[in-house]
Ligand binder design. Sequence first.
Ligand code: SAM
Length: 166
Amino acid sequence: MVRLNEIRAGERSVDLPAKADAELYFIGRIRTPWTDRLTCPRQGRGDGPTCRIELSPPWEQGLDGISQFSRLEVLYWLHESRRDLVLQSPRNDGQARGVFSLRTPVRPNPIGTSIVELVRIERATLFVRGLDCLDGTPLIDIKPDRTLFTPLAPAQSGDFQVGDAG
Ligand code: SAM
């Protein structure tokens, strides 16, 4: 069962620091069919519904060149999550595990990531498959899937070269 706001047996909350160390710019919103956490999928699927990623001005010009990538990594802010549970019990069975061994949305910095398939682009809107977040979730970043991306800048010492391994 997906958590709403309870603390389960075995879980532990901490006091959050009084002040944050950094700020984010939300660069857009994600539009999905899911309006509550109970029905939202736990992980996106390639055969899931087509969702929209709507970039806000002035960030839409950052989409230049993106159409050459069939898969993207999307980062989003799971804005309805609590942030203070260091031990969590996903099965609600009294057995708790550390937050960093889980992909729970409840985290000190509730950042979600998905690898999505790019279906099409219309102006400042990307149509994608593979998301798992609520309608209206704030968008933090979009990057090419790292397995498709070759750095455009010249190689540097320390970069991995083909043939280095083994
Ligand atoms: N794929 C991402 C990841 O692995 O980083 C997120 C996985 S997280 C398990 C997905 C769950 O987060 C959804 O099933 C839903 O319960 C919850 N969720 C989705 N959007 C959210 C939001 N905007 N605020 C809080 N919780 C959200």
